[in-house]
Write a protein that binds this ligand. Sequence first.
Ligand code: CTP
Ligand code: MG
Length: 223
Amino acid sequence: VSTAAILVAAGSGERLGAGVPKALVALGGQPMVVRAAAAFVAATTIQQIVVVAPPDCVDRLARDLGEGIAVVAGGPSRQQSVSAGLDALSGDVRVVAVHDGARPLVTPQLIDRTVAALVPPWDAVAPALAVVDTIKRVDSRGTVLRTVDRNGLWAVQTPQVSSRATLERVHARVASGVGAATDDLSLVERAGGRVLLIEGDPVNFKITHPEDLAMAQRLVAGQ
Ligand code: CTP
Ligand code: MG
């Protein structure tokens, strides 16, 4: 019986605009998903790692990641990539942590703390940060429509941890047409599951735009 990590890294990185898939973009001399994987190798709660890569990067990343880390091809949506990762897990896996390969500065401590927080009655757990800025709803031109009460609003990170059975069940519902989502917790919520957020880590931000990559490079250079 073991706990596995699925690192989804099959996106194209449209918003980063690096000209290569985001997972391959270098951070401190290694592809960013390789750096993310190193944190999961160092985490004491994780026994198996599956990296989900763009189909034409599978061989390259398998070489970079080395033995002991499985690399499989992802799909056109994040959800399909998570499903591909689920299909690649070995039989003894009971708990799964799904992580964005685009969050390369995740720490082993955050991973272990999140896995440890999955206890009854919770069906899924993820790190998150309370929103600190004032939040406004705007129209497509930026005209402010109203201010949203930020009290009780949290921005959710990964890894998102649940039992393998729960994750497979909610993904099967999606496959049978229950609608898409940008994370795995949403699927658990929709299925009526109990979801817990714990304190996240600001350093675990997602590299989405060029300025996020610049920030990550400064942090890595300063280590
Ligand atoms: N992802 C994936 N398979 C997809 C789409 C996304 O595995 N078909 C992964 C990305 O590689 C990333 C994570 O899901 O690690 C979060 O997605 P996002 O930050 O949106 O990455 P991209 O989809 O690559 O970026 P963009 O939306 O700017 O193209
Ligand atoms: Mg995307």
